[in-house]
Design a protein around this ligand. Structure first.
Ligand code: UD1
Ligand code: CA
Length: 482
């Protein structure tokens, strides 16, 4: 048995054994008090276990074996779409008899030639470089544990050492007073040669305070077999923090958001308050981007150079080009189609851009204006209380206050085409399908149902009637009624 068999797809010049990740995700998570399996609770809108699998992908692991139990079908369905970059395998653990028992279920899915990295589906924020260092410490031959000093180590497995050498992990419930005084705890994360892991797993028993098969007992076997046990101590509690309750979930969410905010600021983004920003996806920013308080970014969002985002904006799946200004309380959600705000455009306050909103350079979208599946060419304006749905709007068009495209006839959607330099007055209804030719003027209050040729004025409303010296009817007095 060689621990140094070349991996099936070796990195050029590398002798490192392949990495197989085991993700324990069978637990119920009773303290979440939720119908959702714990590992599917969301951090930054992403299920916890997806964070863990994403980290495994960054490690360029050969495979990931996910141990499922509670809510197995749901957990598997959530991970299946991520299978592309590594071999993803699922094994069931029924019933759940402890972490050692969990990893035992993974054994048939693991090769003998690799290094196994054991992770938990409820520890979402471990960084790939931390695991890379642990794998390097394992070096294909040692048992490497990730540990941390905690001011309050209660509940965790204690790392027992003789001098520097690690001799055992003792679970809290099995620990004596002296062991409970140890502040160095096992994080739940280890790197171990697969062949050794398999040998040790076969020796586990459940003779302990909890009647469980403890994965941590393998430390004892390593010592017995003369295999070196090494501990890599991290000082970053966030990376090893597990989720057991809604409070812990919210705390870790804040820590994660703070981390993202710091990274943005380090890249030059000016945040009015890093504590009042939430990124639930991927936000990329150019130079001199400024973001005011209480903004939320979801999905994939990009902000070009010099973009300003006002307070209380929600931006999802959109691209905002250089110099554009998004005023406060604006909601942009491009959905699957995306949304695009052109260079120097002004949007909001209180604007709503929906999927397929595509604003050219210098476009103005003002308060209470909704844009869906519509293209506005450079310089077009809809500044107040308007709806543009399924519309193609030409350059420099001015779309008046309170005007809308009536794009839906109750069964089908139709397009409205408004060519360049059209002026649509206030409170107009453009009943699609309809085309306004270049330079058309539409009188305020018109309901336009037929195409208007270029250059024409179109007015479609009741004629004003004025009656001079009009006497209003008067209320009858109470006396006159009786
Ligand atoms: C475990 C470690 C402990 C360590 C702690 C860090 C053991 C015996 N103890 O504690 O030393 O300090 O993690 O958080 O390993 N799971 C299964 N099947 C099971 C049991 C657990 O899949 O039968 C999963 C859970 O869903 C969870 C992970 O394993 O994702 C860890 O389980 P948990 O019960 O939190 O760990 P402890 O045993 O408390
Ligand atoms: Ca636990």
């Amino acid at each position: 048995m060689s621990l140094f068999q070349p991996p099936s797809t070796p990195a050029a010049g590398s002798l490192a054994p392949p990495v197989d990740v085991v993700i324990m995700a069978a637990g119920k998570g009773t303290r979440m008090k939720s119908r959702l399996p714990k590992v599917l609770q969301r951090l930054a809108h992403v299920p916890l276990v997806q964070h863990v699998l994403a980290t495994a992908q960054q490690l360029q692991a050969r495979s990931a074996v996910v141990v499922t139990g509670h809510g197995a079908e749901q957990v598997e369905a959530a991970l299946m779409p991520m299978a592309s970059t590594l071999a993803l395998k699922f094994v069931r653990q029924e019933p759940q008899l402890g972490t050692g028992h969990a990893v035992q279920q993974a054994v048939p899915a693991l090769g003998d030639d690799g290094v196994v990295v054991v992770l938990s589906g409820d520890v979402p924020l471990t960084q790939a470089d931390t695991l890379q260092a642990l794998i390097a410490l394992c070096a294909g031959q040692h048992l490497a544990l990730l540990t941390i000093d905690l001011p309050d180590p209660a509940g965790y497995g204690r790392v027992v050492r003789a001098g520097e050498a690690v001799t055992a992990i003792v679970e809290h419930k099995d620990a004596n007073a002296a062991q409970r005084a140890i502040t160095e705890i096992y994080s739940g994360i280890m790197a171990v040669p697969a062949a050794l892991l398999k040998r040790w797993l076969a020796r586990l028993d459940n003779h302990n305070a909890q009647g469980e098969y403890y994965l941590t007992d393998i430390v004892k076997f390593a010592v017995q077999d003369g295999v070196t046990v090494l501990a890599q101590k991290t000082d970053d509690a966030v990376q090893v923090a597990g989720i057991n309750s809604p409070v812990q979930l919210a705390e870790l969410e804040r820590a994660f958001q703070r981390r993202q905010a710091l990274a943005l600021m380090e890249a030059g983004v000016r945040l009015a308050d890093p504590a009042r920003l939430d990124i639930r996806g991927r936000l990329t920013c150019g130079m001199d981007v400024e973001i005011d308080v209480n903004c939320i970014f979801e999905g994939v969002v990009s902000l070009g150079d010099g973009v300003t985002i006002g307070a209380h904006c929600v931006l999802a799946n959109c691209a905002v080009e250089a110099g554009a200004v998004i005023h406060p309380f604006t909601h942009i959600d491009g959905g699957a189609q995306g949304a695009h705000v052109g260079q120097g455009a002004l949007v909001g306050p209180f604007a709503r851009l929906r999927p397929g909103a595509n604003l050219g350079a210098g476009v103005h979208i003002g308060n209470f204006v909704e844009v869906k599946n519509s293209t506005l060419a450079a310089g077009a304006k809809a500044n107040h209380l308007a709806y543009l749905g399924d519309a193609t709007v030409g350059e420099r068009v001015n779309f008046g206050a309170g005007s809308i495209t009536a794009n839906y006839d109750g069964a089908n959607k139709h397009r409205t085409t408004i060519e360049a330099d059209v002026h649509v007055g206030s409170n107009c209804v453009l009943v699609a399908p309809v085309t306004l030719g270049a330079g058309v003027t539409v009188g305020g209050g018109s309901t336009i149902t037929k195409d208007v040729p270029a250059g024409a004025l179109s007015v479609a409303r009741g004629k004003q009637v004025t009656i001079a010296n009009w006497t209003r009817p008067e209320k009858k007095s109470k006396q006159s009624i009786s």
